[in-house]
Design a protein around this ligand. Structure first.
Ligand code: PLP
Length: 398
């Protein structure tokens, strides 16, 4: 909070970490258990099985006490060998970081650089794969929901591009900020490895990350020779079968995870996705009314997790965010690397509802005013109309 003393709740409206609901905090507020004791296997098994439902898979899920970056590394080191060619698509900052990691791990990462305003282009991927006559490309890596730009990649189109060419490359998907907020179907979409983290749609604090591992990826891991130890899927297998882990797991996070899984399944994943879509539509309507440009240029790629908003020429996004934080105790996401100070990001994900959105948008509109950013007043009213008009009323309306 930067040293400010403010009454009421801080508005954490960055696109992850998202707000952790009290129900999850209470579930985590327990004495630390014996992670090798007789009761713990049920906890671990519930987490591992529950995450399969969230990923929509019957394949294996692996859980690491690590941030999402760790599970990125796990996806690569378990499936690839030194010098392997991997094709990555730079949708934004996070896709760039993943490709950078691949290079540092000794992979030959070829990057298709996008304009940071769209999801990954299946045509560009198909063109590159079709030129790969020797079938050297071992994996195609894409980010499902690019958190730095608010753009979504249509994963089934990427799978189709690979399959239409009969190319054997694995499909690896970072859904760190997509899972449990927007539709994701590991099995149905034919994904080979998925990566996610705890601090976005799963509504937990940062600290857990996950791989979902398909049969072809498991097969590839038998031959892959990049050095791996901590991240090795094989190490997990035996202990995981009984709900245990080969090291000390983040046990209290697993209590929280089990509560999060219960909450998501009680609401129903489709309802969770609908809620995100409803709130995101209202947020985008407000931004458009303000006359500010949404970074994602293709309406069909716009994310229901966050909206990245471009600042008018000559105005600093970071100054606007600082003013908004100081005046209204709300954190908005900053622009990362290439778009630093040029965009701000409104997170509308996780444990989030209509009135939280209205508080958020009010904070943005007042912040724009205080920061002297030219805008058309009344975006908040437009969002309200979206939430009440045309049957778009909240999920609990009679
Ligand atoms: N990939 C995406 C899409 C992300 O949004 C993030 C974090 O925000 C990461 C990767 C990196 O995850 P972490 O910061 O948990 O290591």
């Amino acid at each position: 909070r930067g040293g400010f003393i403010m009454a009421g709740r801080h508005f954490l409206q960055i696109p992850g970490p998202s707000n952790t609901p009290d129900r999850i905090l209470r579930a985590m507020d327990q004495p630390v258990p014996d992670h090798r004791g007789p009761g713990f296997g049920d906890i671990g098994a519930k987490s591992l099985e529950g995450m399969k439902k969230i990923f929509k898979t019957r394949q294996d899920v692996v859980i690491y006490p690590a941030s999402g970056t760790g599970a990125w590394e796990a996806a690569l080191v378990n499936t690839c060998s030194p010098g392997d060619k991997v094709l990555m698509y730079e949708t934004g900052h996070f896709a760039f970081l993943w490709s950078n990691m691949a290079k540092r791990l000794g992979l030959d990462a070829e990057v298709i650089v996008g304009d940071w305003r769209h999801g990954a282009d299946p045509v560009a991927i198909a063109e590159r794969l079709s030129a790969d006559k020797a079938r050297e490309i071992k994996a195609v890596c894409v980010v499902h929901n690019e958190t730095s730009t608010g753009s979504v990649t249509q994963i089934p189109q990427i799978r189709k591009a690979i399959d239409d060419l009969g190319h054997p490359a694995l499909l690896m998907v970072d859904t760190i900020s997509g899972l449990a907020s927007i539709d994701f179907r590991f099995d149905e979409w034919g994904i080979d490895v998925a990566v996610t983290g705890s601090q976005k749609g799963l509504m937990l604090p940062p600290g857990l990350s996950f791989n979902a591992v398909g049969a072809r990826a498991k097969e590839a891991s038998k031959k892959a020779t990049l050095p791996r130890s901590y991240w090795d899927w094989e190490e997990m297998k035996g202990p995981n079968e009984k709900g245990y882990f080969p090291y000390t797991p983040a046990s209290l996070m697993l209590y929280g995870l089990n509560e999060a899984i219960d909450m998501l399944l009680e609401e129903g994943l489709d309802n969770v996705f609908d809620r995100h879509a409803r709130l995101a539509t209202a947020a985008r309507a407000a931004v458009e009314h303000w006359g500010l440009e949404i970074l994602c240029a293709e309406p069909g790629h716009r994310s229901n997790v966050l909206t990245a908003v471009m600042m008018p020429e000559g105005h600093s996004a970071d100054r606007f965010r600082r003013i908004t934080l100081e005046a209204f105790d709300m954190s908005l996401g900053n622009g990362l690397s290439k778009v630093a100070d040029k965009v701000f990001r409104i997170g509308h994900l996780g444990d989030f509802n209509e009135l939280m959105l209205m508080g958020t948008l009010s904070g943005v509109e007042m912040g724009l005013e205080l920061a002297g950013v030219p805008h058309e007043k009344g975006g908040v009213m437009v969002a309200m109309r979206h939430l009440t008009g045309n049957g778009a009323a909240g999920a609990n309306a009679a």
